[in-house]
Design a protein around this ligand. Sequence first.
Ligand code: SF4
Length: 297
Amino acid sequence: MPLYRTYSDYLAEFFPEKMQKLTVNAGFTCPNRDGTKGRGGCIYCNNQSFNPTFASHDDSVTEQLLKGKQFFARKYPQMRYLAYFQAYTNTHSSDIDRLTALYEEALSVPGVDGIIIGTRPDCMPQQLLERLRLLNTRPGRVMVEYGAESSHDATLQLINRCHTWADTVDAVQRTADAGIHCGVHLILGLPGETETMMLETVDRIATLPLMTVKFHQLQVIRGTRLAQMMEQGSVELPHFTVESYLDLCAAIVRRLPSHIAIERFTSQSPDNLLITPRWGLKNYQFTELLRKRLEQT
Ligand code: SF4
């Protein structure tokens, strides 16, 4: 029996070929930076840490995807692609026609079979969901990934998310009601959170109509408010070692319902930006350690 449902298992249900995500930077900003919701952003956020070089927003969506394809097609000519609108908040515009045109542009690039839209749970108007429903002509053609981060409002406030857990529940429910697959992103090890609180969040997401979940360990990145707070000693962070983080992830796998696919457990920011934790492990290496741990226990 598989240890848990992986993201590849999930994708294989809808896409027979090997799929690769291509990150797209469509030049969005974030409502938590431009004053719509807040200023300064989430305390840990430095968007530089998750943009590959081919996703420069000086290029059009099509140009970025073609460059991304070129990069991967040399090694895997049969590969198919998912356009991943990742940087900042990819539904943050009142111009629904413009948003729809960007998503349609990505879907019209040869070899691109679906789009994944990364956004905040307080940034999905019903009118846009209606457009996404029309674009979603088959399962997996349109997927939405919400940054939930935690189910605890006190934590969300502390990290300056400027949205609540109720926003996440509402957005996920409305997205599922529109027939669109959605996932959430959660951060493990946020300031003030105990293991019990993190597992409570896992239990809460288990009750939502989700297809996928992505976990990351909290990373302290240079130039962020979190880094500053850590330096000043004004914030207390849980000190995960690889071993203790493996224990937590094993507990999560055991309590998450088997129909929710787990996309990843760790993230690795560029070396020159990362302050801590410096585990030196790539996601696949951590996943391998976790598999061994789950098989032994
Ligand atoms: S993490 Fe997302 S929501 Fe928070 S400031 Fe960065 S882009 Fe905005």
